[in-house]
Design a protein around this ligand. Structure first.
Ligand code: FAD
Ligand code: SIN
Length: 511
């Protein structure tokens, strides 16, 4: 039987950790179709370096992990879901190991805002690659049906707001197809590549957000975009992250005069929360009128009993290829869009507000990260909630999450930009590390004056349409939240406003 004529129990869209683990865990109860935009396993997961947080070692506890997660989230963490995250961490690691992931036996890494060194890694700084390789092999060996180089362009539904029953796709030859299933899982990742500076691969442009939005699913907290402080800065270089675990091992941020500027800024210095470090770097760059600061790893080997070539083999190799020996030379770095705390609103079983539609991983908003994610809690969320979503699908007890009546209503769809680079610059300059009403309104006007859509008949045009629509939704959400909290910093509303804004911001499409 052809792939198309088969009946599937589950269609999973995306082949990062969230999609792969959901597909594997659903596969033993019914046929699964895994559809992915480019090659199998391409997505942010593959590039994850630091690792996956789990309170395992003596002296650490689930409670401490929970406390750190809640503190990082700046007042709006969903505590029930966060407790699930940290409590089910160990069991989810065991399941990853069952599918062949081998974690390093050397000590756990430390990252910002974790009170303990609790970050489990694999291949030194190649945790994501180790996870992706093991899970893609398992999918192939166990016979999950896989469709590569296929963009999901829409979800099938009879009535707006009603249940979904399938997907529409376009492949590299611009051939349109459709597939049906009882359950559809969005595992499309975040949206970093909507920004001109990002750590994410280019496929990650927030597709799940608009796919869900178009069928009436509620979204939430779209304004919370996390900027990682240390992305490699060199014109023309592909996005590349300098893991926070480098600072966990003692790397120091310096300005062009060699001053360790974080030490005078925050009691935790270079290991202050991510949003604070990203903002301080930006201020330092503005003060110096430069486009980078410097990450100095030169003292790590003499201070700690580690070899940089062994603990960080991939970072070492990448920098060496750019003529930097990290043992003796500082690395040019700049903040970059890294992670989306917002996404498709789900409950603790991955259910969205639309029957039969689930969302997992970075595409989902489970509320576990609040306004600012704790490092290494994202792979964990993808694993824990991917496994839970599969359990829910396998037992078929679909009762979708009740919609929130207090939603930011969006009434228009349907503009598109023609140039992705222009859109990325626009989002960086209007909804970046610091925002205000003037710049966001300008950004919105530019997008709203774009072209009306006629016919979307190529992969490129559909990608541009989705990128424009998601950017529009981020700007609308960020303009609406008139306060500063976590990763959402407004220069015109610099204070946190718990009275009005200690809550998630739900967004829905009203036709
Ligand atoms: P992804 O891994 O991004 O996968 C999304 C998938 O969806 C891709 O396969 C993509 O092609 C597919 N897709 C998207 N749209 C469509 C469409 N329309 N049709 C078909 N397919 C589609 N987190 C940690 O916890 N620890 C770390 O150490 C860490 N390091 C990181 C380092 C880097 C460089 C980056 C970028 C992120 C890092 N993160 C880390 C964050 C973490 O890696 C991601 O949040 C997580 O991997 C997301 O997994 P995911 O499965 O949800 O999405
Ligand atoms: C890093 O290694 O710095 C990234 C970790 C994360 O985003 O969780």
């Amino acid at each position: 039987m052809s792939i198309q004529n088969q009946t599937y129990q589950t269609i999973v869209i995306g082949s990062g950790l969230a999609g792969l683990i959901t597909a594997l865990e659903c596969h033993h109860t019914g046929p699964v179709l895994l559809v992915t935009k480019t090659s199998l396993g391409e997505g942010s997961t593959r590039y994850a370096q630091g690792g996956i947080a789990v309170a395992k070692k003596i002296g650490d506890s689930i409670e401490e992990h929970l406390v750190d997660t809640i503190a990082a989230g700046a007042g709006i963490v969903n505590e029930e879901n966060a407790r699930i995250l940290v409590t089910e961490a160990d069991a989810s690691i065991n399941i990853l190991q069952k599918y062949g992931v081998i974690f390093d036996s050397s000590s756990e890494g430390r990252e910002a805002a974790h009170s303990q060194a609790r970050v489990l890694h694999a291949g030194g700084d190649q945790t994501g690659l180790a996870i992706t390789t093991a899970l893609t092999n398992s999918c192939q060996n166990l016979g999950v049906t896989i469709l590569e180089n296929t963009l999901v362009t829409g979800l099938k539904q009879n009535n707006f707001g009603g249940e979904v029953y399938g997907i529409e796709t376009i492949n590299n030859e611009n051939i349109l197809e459709h597939y049906t299933a009882q359950s559809i899982v969005l595992a499309t990742g975040g949206l970093g590549s909507l920004y001109s500076r990002t750590t994410n691969p280019e496929t990650i442009t927030g597709d799940g957000i608009t796919l869900a939005f178009e069928v009436g699913a509620q979204l939430a907290d779209l304004e919370f975009v996390q900027f990682h402080p240390t992305a490699f800065k060199k014109k023309g270089s592909a996005p590349f992250l300098l893991s926070e675990t480098l600072r966990g091992e003692g790397a120091i941020l310096r300005n062009s005069l060699g001053e360790a500027f974080m030490q005078k800024t925050h009691p935790k210095a270079d290991l202050a929360p991510r949003d604070i470090v990203a903002r301080e770097i930006t201020k330092e760059m503005q003060r110096e009128n430069s486009s980078q600061v410097w990450l100095d790893c030169t003292q790590i080997e003499s201070k700690n009993n580690i070899e940089l070539t062994k603990r960080f083999p991939n970072i070492f190799k990448f920098c060496k290829a750019h003529n930097i020996d990290i043992r003796t030379q500082p690395i040019p770095v700049t903040p970059a869009a890294h992670y989306h705390m917002g996404g498709v609103f789900t409950d603790k079983w991955g259910q969205t507000t639309i029957p039969n539609l689930y969302a997992v991983g970075e595409a989902a908003m489970t509320g576990v990260h609040g306004a600012n994610r704790l490092a290494s809690n994202s792979l964990l969320e993808a694993a824990v909630f991917g496994i839970r979503t599969a359990e829910h699908i396998n037992t078929q007890k679909n009762i979708p999450l009740a919609s929130s009546s207090e939603a930011l209503e969006i009434k228009s769809l349907g503009k598109t930009s023609t140039d992705l680079k222009v859109l990325q610059q626009l989002l960086w300059s209007t909804a970046g590390i610091e925002r205000d009403a003037i710049s966001m309104t300008k950004g919105l006007k530019t997008i709203e004056s774009g072209q009306a859509i006629e016919k979307l008949s190529s992969k490129k045009a559909i990608n541009m349409y989705r990128a424009t629509l998601t950017s529009h939704l981020i700007l609308k959400s960020a303009l609406s939240r008139e306060e500063s909290r976590g990763a959402h910093q407004r220069s015109d509303f610099p204070e946190r406003d718990d009275l009005n804004w200690k809550r998630h911001q739900v967004v829905s499409y009203v036709k």
